[in-house]
Design a protein around this ligand. Structure first.
Ligand code: PEP
Length: 237
């Protein structure tokens, strides 16, 4: 079966009720042939669920706790995200690995918790600039896959850390090489997204690379016009 092209927006720690309402108002009424997913701050999930569903836009969280519930102040369970209307959750984003010291083992446990709650985890992997410059990028990413991706219906996002929010993107050849390696590891059915400064101006060439099934978009996903332009590039490929 052909893999569904998917464009995921990661709003990071941006957004407000007013911004979410403006965003929804900027979306077309009918669903796109490309799967669109907004991964919003946890506090906006309940507001966005009934607004995005009629437009055929999916919803996801940006993190979940590895336990189903418990005394974990400030954390959000995968079950609550699902209960509020999410069907996806990002786990292992490099900003969480950096800010919260998340290890591959923890990321894997979060992905398992997401699957148990009926969510599809979007598991992020990617090397730092020092790792790329030292020639270790492939080995680093392969190890992250081995240690943070459980069996099951998951999405993998390759996001070179040095390309996130920096305006720098990996070259199309580097993306194709990494995705070819990843395809060999994750098999034919798992969607592989690229993330790292994807914008309307570079989306077409990135999305045309072999084994790229879509994009995980940060900054450009906050503006519906830019995000939809990326989705249009995905449709045209
Ligand atoms: C991200 O947040 O996963 C991301 C890729 O951000 P940006 O598109 O801003 O680089």
């Amino acid at each position: 079966m052909a893999r569904q092209t998917t464009i995921v927006g990661n709003w990071k720690m941006y957004g407000s009720r007013a911004m979410a309402e403006r965003f929804v108002a900027g979306l077309p009424a009918e669903a796109s042939a490309v799967e669109l997913v907004v991964c919003a701050p946890a506090g906006l999930i309940a507001l966005l669920a009934p607004a995005l569903a009629p437009r055929g836009v999916g919803l996801g969280g940006q993190d979940c706790h590895p336990h189903a519930e418990g005394a974990h102040t400030g954390d959000t369970s995968a079950a609550l995200l699902a209960d509020l209307g999410a069907t996806y959750v990002i786990v292992g984003h490099s900003e969480r690995r950096r800010d919260h010291g998340e290890t591959d083992a923890l990321v894997r446990a979060k992905a398992v918790a997401a699957l148990a709650a009926g969510l599809t985890p979007i598991i992020c992997v990617g090397e730092t600039l020092a790792e790329r410059d030292s020639g270790a990028a492939t080995a680093v990413v392969a190890a992250q896959i081995a240690c943070s991706v459980p069996p099951g219906d998951v999405v993998v996002a390759y996001e070179p850390v040095w390309a996130i929010g920096t305006g720098r993107t990996a070259s199309v050849q580097d993306i194709a090489d990494m995705h070819a390696m990843l395809r060999g590891l994750v098999g034919a059915e798992t969607r592989l997204l690229y993330g790292g400064s994807v914008k309307p101006g570079n989306a077409a060439e990135i999305l045309a690379a072999a084994n790229v099934d879509g994009a995980l978009v940060g900054g450009a996903s906050l503006n519906p016009a830019e995000w939809l332009a990326i989705a249009a590039a995905a449709l045209a490929r």
